[in-house]
Design a protein around this ligand. Structure first.
Ligand SMILES: [Zn+2]
Length: 563
């Protein structure tokens, strides 16, 4: 991101999504007015490039780093990874603003900062849901919404150009397990007083049925738990405290014991108890090691790993390699979470292995054992009708979700030119009467390798992809530095292309190609002519050779050692 960005116009509110628009994940929204910047959320995106070593993707913070003295706060809507996961990387990149988060969310953030050795690096200012956060140009009221993690908030932001409402991730749940019903009155009131801009969650815009309440799960689990003849293994997102609360309540009621498998779930349960949730947990919680002291039909195991992540507790139980727990005939496995797109195959394999071990498995495709935390079209319509914004930007969605949501807004009375589809990197400016795109940042993402968090460049990724797809061939020659004569070689080594035991002839033939080039080179040596570029000629000849013989152009690395 080297190009000069258009200067912020006076009296305009700049809105710059660094992530979350055009994909589900990596939410980060810059709000900038005069000499003040607020960042709303700072999340990561789990990568589908894991075969190339990319574990996740974070926003490119260059824009913020270049203006770091202006950043006055990072305000977090809730504790999901796609909203908080990039905070440690923002701090490492040199952003030093206080972080504003609810009590439970703060605990999750602190843990991530500790993991990265950054615990003392910044201040976390904890707000209670409903509190007002004041900056010079921005006054932000946090408003409770329903979602699949406790203490999710929408932000009502008073700015010098007008009121901006950011829904955060939300659904309208008449009977949430924790927290209040979403208070439509607050949204309606804002609408009556005039909302300039609404930014709203687009995840489930394609769904036509109103989302199902979290407490439906209680009924469903109650039936399943009651009927269970063996151990019950329930997996869910490790952050879904509301759903865990239901499991603990049912366990108490049915006099069953609950053990926890998986580090992230273990930690989140501790944080939730500290923040005042899971009040019945202490009655039924036992250590995983103590499972064998109870009858199998008295046991419930809560496990993380619902996405079949390699190494997760559920994955290891699935393949029969968990130290403390195995499942078999009579046991019930409940996968109470959605499949994150891209994980379907891995989850499918995990389900197969549970069945192979004799357990019964329930998952979303065959049984209603999961409800989404995101509003569907009818709720999104309600939101638009309550808030009645002048301008509308759909957020938190893939591009098609944004398109559908913008159309929905138009059907709810937003002027067609005011329902604005923006993507990551769009530099937008808002006034009382206008919303326009004034610039665009090209690269808004950074690829992160492993938990240690090294970023890798796109060029490295391109190399890895090519190495994976095409293999590599080394050609080695030793040359006399003075006379420029070839002393020995060529030696040909290949990886990921042909197997030398089976297709050794190919390597031998390849060697002959190099020898031919070397001969041409040597004959030129003794004439007074322009020498061929030995390295480049070998590279081209070998690529041509392999392409002709096996239909693949490998990466060729011709190495000439001058002695
Ligand atoms: Zn969320």
């Amino acid at each position: 991101m080297n190009k000069e960005i258009k200067k912020l116009s006076k009296d305009k509110l700049r809105i710059l999504p660094l992530g979350g628009l055009g994909e589900i994940g990596m939410n980060a929204l810059v709000l900038e007015y005069d000499e003040e910047i607020i960042l709303v959320d700072c999340g990561l995106l789990f990568s589908d490039l894991e075969y190339f070593g990319v574990e996740f993707i974070i926003p490119d913070f260059t824009y913020l780093i270049e203006r770091k003295d202006k950043i006055k706060g990072i305000v977090i809507t809730h504790g999901h990874e796609d909203h908080i996961g990039a905070i440690p990387f923002a701090l490492k990149a040199g952003i030093h603003a206080p972080i504003y988060a609810s009590p439970f969310t703060s605990l999750l953030i602190q843990e991530r900062l500790r993991d990265h050795g950054l615990a003392d690096r910044t201040e976390i200012k904890t707000f209670q849901v409903g509190d007002l956060i004041k900056f010079k140009h921005f006054k932000i009221k946090t408003v409770s919404v329903n979602h699949s993690i406790v203490e999710s908030v929408a932000l009502f932001i008073d700015t010098p150009v007008g009121k901006v409402v950011h829904t955060g991730d939300f659904k309208v749940d008449p009977t949430p397990f924790y927290g209040k019903q979403l208070e439509k009155k607050i949204f309606e009131e804002a609408g009556k007083n005039g909302v300039l801009l609404l930014l709203s969650d687009s995840t489930n815009v394609e769904r036509e049925q109103h989302s199902i309440s979290e407490s439906y799960i209680y009924k469903k689990f109650s039936e399943l738990f009651d009927d269970a003849k063996g151990l019950i293994l329930v997996s869910m997102f490790a952050s879904n405290i509301g759903r865990m609360g239901q499991v603990f309540d049912l366990a108490k009621k049915l006099k069953k014991k609950v053990a926890v498998a998986g580090r992230s779930m273990d930690q989140n349960i501790k944080h939730a108890i500290e923040a005042g949730y899971l009040k019945t947990a202490s009655k039924s919680l036992i250590a995983l090691d103590d499972l064998n002291s109870y009858n199998r039909d008295k046991m419930i195991v809560l496990s993380s790993g619902s996405q079949a992540e390699i190494g997760s507790a559920l994955f290891r139980i699935g393949i029969g390699e968990h130290r403390q727990l195995s499942v078999g005939e009579g046991d019930l496995v409940i996968l109470s979470s959605r499949y994150i797109p891209g994980n379907e195959k891995a989850i499918g394999r995990m389900i197969n292995s549970f069945f192979k071990q004799g357990a019964e498995v329930l998952y979303e495709a065959i049984e209603d054992i999961h409800v989404s935390g995101h509003a569907t079209a009818p709720e999104l319509k309600q939101m638009l009708k309550w808030v009645r914004p002048k301008f509308f930007i759909p957020v938190h969605g893939e591009y098609r979700h944004l398109v559908h949501h913008a159309r929905l807004a138009q059907s709810c009375g937003v002027d067609s030119q005011n329902a604005f589809i923006a993507i990551n990197g769009d530099v937008l400016e808002l006034t009382e009467n206008s919303l326009e795109k004034v610039d665009h940042l090209e690269d808004t993402r950074v690829l992160i390798e492993g938990r240690a968090g090294n970023d890798i460049s796109r060029l490295v990724l391109k190399d890895r992809r090519q190495l994976g797809e095409k293999g590599v061939v080394f050609s080695l020659l030793v040359r006399n530095q003075k006379s420029q004569e070839i002393l020995s070689g060529p030696e040909i080594i290949s990886r990921g292309l042909v197997h030398e035991n089976q297709e050794g002839w190919l390597v031998e033939e390849a060697k002959k190609q190099v020898i031919r080039v070397v001969k041409e080179y040597e004959s030129q040596l003794h004439q007074n002519v322009q020498l061929i570029d030995l390295q480049e000629t070998i590279r081209l000849e070998l690529r041509r050779f392999f392409n002709k013989n096996i239909g693949k152009k490998p990466i060729v690395l011709p190495i000439i050692l001058d002695l």
